[in-house]
Design a protein around this ligand. Structure first.
Ligand code: ADP
Ligand code: ASP
Ligand code: MG
Length: 267
């Protein structure tokens, strides 16, 4: 039995049909005997639409209100995914970021995760439930306010949870088959990379490959979380990011050079 954290990006929960598809994958992992924690992003372009509406009513929205608004996007997809899992006959419990014990700094819109208190998730897992956590959000202990983690922040939620729970793997389900030598939507000749070290993935993310948010790669690197980037639709092998060197060394081409010497303070 493994403990698996699965993260589904916005395009993977774009519609209720896609949510049902993701739910079937979650339940399959649970039925196979694994403990499963699921992190979901907001449905499709919800975050952009919420940002647009906020600016329609107030050109400079108060950061506190904006964060509370944006956090609601992930709560919609999270609860709907829990319901889709329930409809398949499995036990599911959804938690907001604060309920899941995600503690952050106070900076609205760009908060950093400073602590993860996974006790509640652990108890739910011990009772056989699939636990769903709304991505991209947490709570600041000092201010008591809900914060968001910056764009792409659900990746960071998933990897931070995987580290805190000592998960065997963090699976990132997205709209491409894995990590490529360049953005496959822009460069048709880009090749799928089957295995990357943290450092190689960090360079790609720093150069703008948003398939994994930069901060999430830094968390994975710091805590040694094995990350498996896969397609939410297909069943391809995807890309494993870990500290094991790839068997066959091949040059990793990046779209732009990473700033020299700008690596994170990680081993
Ligand atoms: P999600 O909603 O699942 O978080 P994102 O849009 O944040 O998905 O990230 C996936 C996108 O990242 C892909 O659709 C692709 O266009 C882009 N991308 C950029 N660079 C790369 C790369 N090197 N490998 C794979 N995808 C990349
Ligand atoms: N919904 C947030 C965003 O669009 C977080 C995420 O998708 O990871 O950036
Ligand atoms: Mg993303």
């Amino acid at each position: 039995m493994a403990l698996i954290v699965q993260k589904y990006g916005g395009s993977s929960v774009w519609s209720t049909d896609r949510i049902k598809h993701a739910a079937r994958r979650v339940v399959a992992a649970h039925t196979a005997g694994h403990e499963v924690v699921v992190v979901v992003s907001a449905m499709g372009d919800t975050t952009d639409r919420l940002l647009g509406m906020a600016r329609e009513v107030d050109p400079v929205p108060p950061p506190r209100e904006l964060d509370l608004l944006l956090a609601s996007g992930e709560q919609v997809s999270n609860t709907l995914t829990a319901m889709a899992i329930h409809a398949l006959g499995a036990r599911a419990c959804s938690l907001s970021g604060p309920q899941a014990g995600i503690v952050t700094t106070s900076v609205h819109g760009e908060a950093h995760i400073v602590d993860v208190r996974p006790e509640r998730i652990r108890r739910l897992l011990d009772h056989g439930a699939i636990v769903l956590v709304a991505g991209f959000q947490g709570v600041c202990r000092e201010t008591g306010e809900v914060t968001t983690l910056g764009r792409g922040g659900s990746d960071t939620t998933a990897i931070a949870l995987a580290a805190a729970l000592k998960a065997d793997v963090c699976e990132i389900y997205t709209d491409v088959d894995g990590v490529y030598t360049a953005d496959p939507r822009l460069v048709p000749t880009a090749r799928l990379l089957r295995h990357l070290t943290y450092e190689e993935m960090w360079e790609l993310a720093a150069a703008g490959a948003r398939v994994l948010a930069l901060r999430s790669v830094e968390h994975a690197w710091r805590y040694g979380v094995t990350v498996h980037v896969r397609s939410a639709q297909g069943d391809g092998p995807g890309t494993v990011v870990s500290d094991r060197l790839r068997e066959v060394r091949e040059p990793v081409l990046v779209g732009a050079a990473a700033p020299a010497g700008a690596g994170p303070e990680v081993p």
